[in-house]
Design a protein around this ligand. Structure first.
Ligand code: BDR
Ligand code: CA
Length: 310
């Protein structure tokens, strides 16, 4: 059994990642922590509570996290073009009955990791802000977590929010840089692999054909995301399962092949803020600080995801 904390900026693919993790028998989700990114932290928190209720899983605690990047000004825009005005594809879900915890995300992470030393995998699919704050609060957690699996970055492929930067790292580059050099064990699930794992219109039709509330609602959410992908990436043939792949890597690490690399975040470049620079040189003298996913077994992962998500 994998014990998971999922740090989310919910978000359509975040909602899919939550559903996959909650419904898989291989994982127990100990809590969700929320951050800004696709939308404000308040809306990400409400969306997360609503998705848990949709899943019949409102016993899972939600802790709200940082509203803004560590050092930079608040993000100017929400990702409405990709995720919709409410970040869940403009699908209206019932107002949540439950509320977020009284403690913040960083405190929840520290407390939960300390309760289960060596057992908790933290899956971060938004900015690195909450994790950076948790490490600042209690530096010993870098030795007490089982692993951090980060959906973020692009080491061998172009970025998505700028030509070279991926959205989650770009939204708080200093937090990512801090986490990367902290010594915490990291697996990086970047655009290198996530852009290969696609959900298609046929999959959405299959979800609707199940006739369940969950299948219909997730398909309705994904319509928006799918249309956005067809608009911005017309030749791709589907929408990317970014955040679900990070969960998949926890459930079955053999879905991917990794390489140990030294990776840094550019926090200063005039054109390359948020770029993840991996030292791919064969004779690199820099000690690796993470395992970077460079290949993915698309068919096995997508089949497993589809088996559990709805
Ligand atoms: C990442 O950015 C967000 O928009 C998605 O939810 C995903 O976590 C992809 O770059
Ligand atoms: Ca996300």
């Amino acid at each position: 059994m994998e014990y998971i904390i999922l740090d989310v900026d919910t978000g359509i693919d975040d909602a899919l990642a939550i559903a996959y993790a909650v419904r898989s028998p291989l994982a127990e989700v100990l809590g969700l922590t929320t951050c800004f990114g696709n939308t404000s932290v308040e809306e990400a928190t409400r969306n997360s509570l609503q998705v848990l209720e949709l899943l019949g899983a409102d016993h899972i605690p939600v802790a709200m996290g940082a509203p803004n990047p560590l050092l930079r000004a608040p993000l100017k825009q929400k990702a409405t073009a990709i995720h919709g005005e409410n970040a869940i594809g403009d699908v209206e879900l019932p107002l949540p009955k439950s509320e977020a915890l009284a403690i913040d995300a960083a405190t929840f992470i520290v407390n939960t990791v300390r309760e289960r030393p060596g057992q908790v995998t933290l899956v971060t699919v938004g900015s690195q802000t909450n994790l950076a704050l948790a490490i600042m609060k209690d530096p010993e957690i870098v030795k007490l977590v089982k692993r951090v699996v980060i959906m973020g970055g692009a080491v061998t492929v172009p970025g998505n929010v700028t030509p070279v930067a991926e959205a989650n790292i770009y939204s708080d580059p200093e937090a990512a840089a801090y986490v990367f050099q902290s010594g915490i064990p990291i697996t990086l699930v970047g655009l290198d692999v996530t852009m290969q794992t696609l959900l298609t219109r046929e999959h959405l039709a299959d979800w609707r054909a199940k006739g369940t509330d969950l299948g219909r609602t997730l398909a309705d959410m994904c319509d928006f995301y799918m249309d956005a992908y067809y608009q911005f990436n017309p030749t791709l043939g589907g929408c990317a399962l970014h955040d679900p792949l990070a969960v998949g890597v926890v459930l079955d690490p053999t879905f991917v092949q990794t390489r140990s690399l030294h990776v840094q975040v550019d926090t200063e470049g005039s054109l390359s803020i948020g770029r993840t620079i991996g030292d791919l040189r064969a004779n690199s003298a820099q000690a690796p600080n993470m395992d970077v996913c460079l290949e993915v077994d698309v068919e096995r992962f997508v089949t497993h995801f589809l088996e559990w998500v709805v």
